[in-house]
Design a binder for this molecule. Structure first.
Ligand code: HEC
Ligand code: HEC
Ligand code: HEC
Ligand code: HEC
Ligand code: HEC
Length: 191
């Protein structure tokens, strides 16, 4: 007597457990199947398993896309910006809105970046923002574009050392593997 009663309870719990978490449509299909007694469809367990798999996958996909875009958005952040020290750079009282004109601003905290003998054109004139964002970037080193495509955005001219460059890029090397983007002691700021 006792055992039969418990079997019944367990049976009910099992069905409830199986149904729990299914969407209304699935629950409807499952109960129809059970109450018709005609299992013309896959067993309820499978319905729910499939449903959960599908839902889990959707959640995973959503997380992945969020994760990917979140990671993208914060690939690099300028420390003074992250620390909300906005007035280290901004000054509303100044005409430029910055503590010093834009082409001088970065040298205030990065005075050594162009101290070497040979200086790269855009860096020499304080054109740091040609390549960098001042706040955050979806790329490392606050770069405005991916490092791989950065140099070619300005350097479209034919290389003198064309053979060497073709070989190096074919091997997947980056321009910055050999050249410093700011300045260097050797010609062409070779590292
Ligand atoms: C390292 C220096 C620096 C810091 C720190 C900094 N900014 Fe900026 N910000 C700049 C520069 C440079 C520009 C101009 C960008 C341009 O003209 O291309 C700028 C532009 C802006 C602009 C104009 C719109 C835009 O995004 O181009 C706003 C608004 C702004 N900053 C807000 C802030 C706030 C708020 C903070 C603090 C949380 C902050 N900045 C910290 C350097 C800085
Ligand atoms: C108020 C001081 C300050 C100013 C002004 C400033 N920086 Fe910085 N910057 C820092 C500090 C601090 C760091 C982190 C330490 C380091 O790399 O020197 C940093 C780091 C960086 C980095 C490396 C970021 C990374 O993720 O590796 C870049 C790139 C950079 N700054 C570019 C600039 C540019 C471009 C400007 C002008 C718009 C500028 N900085 C102006 C303080 C400043
Ligand atoms: C031609 C593009 C370009 C210009 C212009 C440029 N940078 Fe950079 N900068 C880069 C690249 C690329 C990196 C990443 C270096 C690497 O990964 O080897 C970088 C890295 C940095 C870093 C991180 C530390 C380091 O030395 O690698 C700082 C700080 C920095 N830049 C500041 C500046 C400042 C300040 C200016 C303006 C004087 C400037 N940059 C102008 C391309 C540029
Ligand atoms: C914003 C435009 C710009 C970007 C981006 C840029 N350059 Fe330049 N580059 C220049 C200018 C302007 C000169 C000076 C004019 C010249 O000599 O061609 C120059 C000069 C050079 C020179 C010296 C050429 C010579 O004959 O003396 C080298 C080497 C160089 N760049 C390498 C790079 C590398 C590596 C990158 C990527 C990290 C890069 N450049 C990104 C504008 C740019
Ligand atoms: C394997 C290392 C290496 C890589 C990677 C490399 N360079 Fe060079 N680059 C050199 C050397 C070495 C020279 C000097 C060649 C000479 O003196 O004949 C040079 C010279 C240059 C010059 C000046 C002379 C010329 O040939 O036009 C420029 C501009 C330049 N490189 C830009 C780039 C750019 C842009 C990239 C990325 C597409 C790049 N380099 C990638 C090693 C490299």
């Amino acid at each position: 007597m006792q055992t039969r009663k418990w079997k019944k309870v367990i049976g009910v719990v099992c069905i409830a457990g199986v149904l729990c978490g299914c969407d209304p449509l699935t629950v409807h299909k499952v109960t129809t199947t059970i109450f018709d007694g005609v299992p013309s469809m896959p067993p309820p367990e499978q319905f729910c398993r499939d449903y959960h798999e599908k839902k889990l996958q959707e959640e995973r996909d959503e997380l992945m896309s969020k994760g990917a875009s979140a990671a993208k958005a914060i690939a690099s952040e300028h420390p003074p910006y992250a620390e909300k020290k906005c007035d280290r750079c901004h000054d509303k009282a100044k005409e430029s809105g910055l503590i010093v004109p834009k082409d001088k601003l970065c040298f205030v905290c990065h005075p050594d970046i162009i101290k070497k003998a040979m200086v790269h054109g855009p860096a020499s004139v304080g054109g740091c923002l040609e390549c960098h964002d001042p706040h955050t970037s979806q790329f490392p080193s606050l770069l405005k574009v991916e490092k791989r495509t950065l140099c070619a955005s300005c350097h479209k001219e034919k290389r003198i050392a064309e053979g060497l460059h073709d070989k190096a890029t074919a091997k997947g090397m980056l321009c910055t593997d050999c050249h410093d983007p700011h300045s260097g002691d050797a010609q062409y700021f070779l590292r």
